[in-house]
Structures are given as C-alpha cells and as structure tokens.
Design a protein around this ligand. Sequence first.
Ligand code: FAD
Length: 462
Amino acid sequence: VSDELEADLVVLGGGPGGYTAAFRAADLGLSVVLVEKRESLGGVCLNVGCIPSKALLHSVAVMEEARALGNRGVEFASPDINLEQLRSWKDGTVKKLSDGLSGLARRRKVRVITGEGRFTGAHSLEAGSTVVRFDKAIIAVGSRPATLPFLPADSRIMDSTGALALEEIPERLLVIGGGIIGLEMATVYSGLGSSVTVVEVTDGLIPGCDRDLVRPLERRIAKRYESVLTGTRVTGVEALPSGLKVLFESADGTKTEVYDRILVAVGRQPNGGLIDADKAGVSVNEHGFIAVDQHQRTNVPHIFAIGDVVGNPMLAHKATYEAKVAGEVAAGMGAINDAKVIPSVAYTDPEVAWVGLTEEEANSRGLAVEVASFPWMASGRALTMNSGDGLTKIVTDAQTHAILGVGMVGSHAGELIAEAALAIEMGCEPGDVALTIHAHPTLSETFAFASEAFEGTLTELY
Ligand code: FAD
C-alpha cells in the first residue's frame, strides 16, 4: 500500500540547503514535505562534514596548544587518547544537533519522509512507498565524495566519511588531495599521532588560494608531517596484507611507499544524476550539476535547485543562502541571489580564510588592482597567541578603491573573515575599515592595520 501526500512544496534532500529551504517556506505559510534518505536530518554538513570535522579539529587544536605551552614554561604530560570516548563525544554533538533539527521541523509542521526520492513527473515524486504530489519542488540533494578509478576495494582506503568515523589512528596515513577537506583531516590525524603524508597533483596546497596565505600553513606542516608531495600524482594502489603500496608519479620520476591507511579527498561529485530529474524535465549536466537562474529556478520554472548540486563552491553557508532565496521565491516573494562574495575557510592550523577576489585571480584576469598586507608579526595580540606567522591581505580595485578581496592566515582567521565579507558587501574602501575603531589588542585589528597600510596612515600599535 502506498501513502499519498500532497504539498505546496516538496524539498528533496535534508542537508543545510534542504532543511533551511523547508523551514523558510513553512514559515512563509506553505505546506512542506521534506524527503531525506538518511535517518537523520542535517545532510553531509552535520552528519559527516562540517560539524564532526570541527569537533575533532577543536580537540586536536587544544592538544597542540597544550604541547606548545611546553616552550613557555608550562609542561603537560603527553596526551592519553581514548578513541572511543573521543568518537562518542563527536557523535553526541552531531546527534544533539540533528535531534534539534527534527524538533524544528515538527514545530513548523514540516512533514519529514525518510526515503530515497526520485521524480516520477513534473509534479510528483516517489520515496519508498510514499508518493508525493507537489505544486513546487526544491532539489537539494548535495554531493558525494569523488573517487579514483584504480583504487582497490579495501577497508583501509577511506573517504572523508570513513576518516571521520575514526576507527583507528594509523601509524602511517597517506592523504590524497591537498584541498581543504584533505588538509583538515590530515590536521586531525597528525594531531592524534599518525605520521601523515599529503600528496597533491597541482603545484601547491589549497589550490585557488593565494600562495602567500598558504605559506605559513606549509611551513608548519613541513615540521609536523612526514612529507608533502606537490606536483605529484598517485597512479596506482596495491592492497597487500602488510599495507597499501602506493605508486607516485612526478616530474622527478616514480616511487612507491607503503601506508597503513589512505584517505581519498580528491573533490566531490554532485548528486543531480541520481534523482530521475529528466522525468520532471529538469536538465542535469554531464557532471551531475543542475543549472539555475538568480532565483534558483531550474529550466523548469516551478522546480528550484540549491546547494552543492548547483555548483561550486560546495559550502554549507552557500547552500543555506540559496535555500532562503528558493524558499522565498517558492512562497511568492521576489527574492534574488545577489551575493557578491562567499567566504572560504580551511580550519587547519593555522586557519586560512579568504573572501572575494584573490590576488592571483586578479592577475590572471588582467585586472588593475592594488594590494596591501599586514604581517601579524607586528600584532601584539597575535604574538601573545603564538600566531606571529599570520598575514592579512587586502585587494582593492585600483580605480574605485573598493575592496574586492581579503585573505587571512592565522589563529581564528575563519572568524575574522566575516568582517571582510561584510566590508565587500557594503562596498567599503580600506579607508572605511581604517576609520572604524577596532578593539585593542585583538586579531581583528590586523584588518584595520592592513587598511591603514593602504591609506598610508599606519602607525603601529602593539
Ligand atoms: P548535503 O549536505 O550533501 O545534503 C544533501 C542531502 O540530500 C543528504 O542528506 C542526502 O542524504 C540527501 N539526498 C541525496 N539524494 C537524495 C534522494 N534522492 N532522496 C532523498 N535524500 C537525498 N562546508 C562548509 O561550509 N564548512 C565546512 O567546514 C565544511 N566542512 C566539510 C567537511 C567535510 C569532511 C565534507 C565532506 C564537507 C564539508 N563541507 C563544509 C561542505 C558541506 O558539507 C556541503 O557544502 C553542504 O553539506 C552542502 O549542503 P547541501 O544541502 O547542498 O547538501
């Protein structure tokens, strides 16, 4: 027997995009059905992404701080790691939040269906034994880890979900992919005691970010990790009882090494191809992405798409922003996606964060820009926090002087970047930031100091 439900709006996928869109539309008066194949709401971000990774990163950051205090006259014994307790604390944090989401859905009368949904027509979809007939739909099915075709099936080869499951602390870990996800998990495992190698096919870590912002991270990693192989490709893995034998190729030739575990973090693949979108008439490109307009509408005007499935950057805060636009447009409001910038943060040690145009991007596009930086070595607060290797950098339009991009590396850069995002959205020039009084001594001053450097008004205040 199949259940039949009718709704003004069906939302397919209960990640940060999907639940936000469902909640916003319900708050605006629509009857909403939310279809999610996992048992819990929250998507990749809450269950196997942003939140569990940050829970673990926080724990290893505290351990690293404690270790660093050894040079400052406070010595702790080396940490005694109870993996089971660490794992259950992380899982408990996730459960608290996903239970919270279920409560928020109930309070709004959003009906949550657990099952894998597929379109059966332009106004209907099926999830398990449930048929949902809808007026409008929002596709928020997210993405999954990309893989490498030559990898053998072996439980010692993990994707990010496997790495977050924290089954064991391998003695030697290879991380394939030097992007944000790979480096965050490398930070976790290195902090827990693994000997980590990171291999990246491009010339540097965190492709897409300016090199001067990545350098402080590279310097710290060089001391902590076994090795970082850039410009190097993994071309084969052989599963042996004694370990995973990996073949590397670079301009210097080939070599093999054996590791206890491998984390594959080579990017993410959108899920647009897995929902029978064609039955609703929605176009999906060959990679699985769904194109949308500024109202988040697909080529079918009553069907919207948001989050990872519509394109890069694949970030939770982009998904929730788009979700509000789609939810509001579905409810008849005139919302539009006109975000100027989306901040990116690597929660590594040190953190690396940037928003808007990078200097490299400006140069490659031949734009006339001006750049000023402030090294954290001259920030009193940064030195008290052992973060003197940080940097804050501003890119402006040479003609209008408007701030186009800001990058930061150092402690709490991920928190500090928010002020820069606001400055860009508000059309600020460095002079506006310089004339805004920043509390002393804070790391936020580094943005004001970099702005003063621009204006030629910098007088150091330690
Ligand atoms: P998802 O979160 O992928 O949610 C989609 C949901 O749809 C999933 O729950 C899935 O089960 C469900 N679904 C898919 N197909 C169907 C179907 N047919 N029927 C029913 N349900 C379906 N981003 C950040 O901004 N900050 C971070 O710190 C960060 N850290 C990350 C760390 C890791 C390890 C990973 C993997 C990702 C991280 N991300 C981070 C990225 C972030 O998780 C995603 O950008 C975000 O989850 C995208 O949200 P979404 O709603 O588009 O999709």
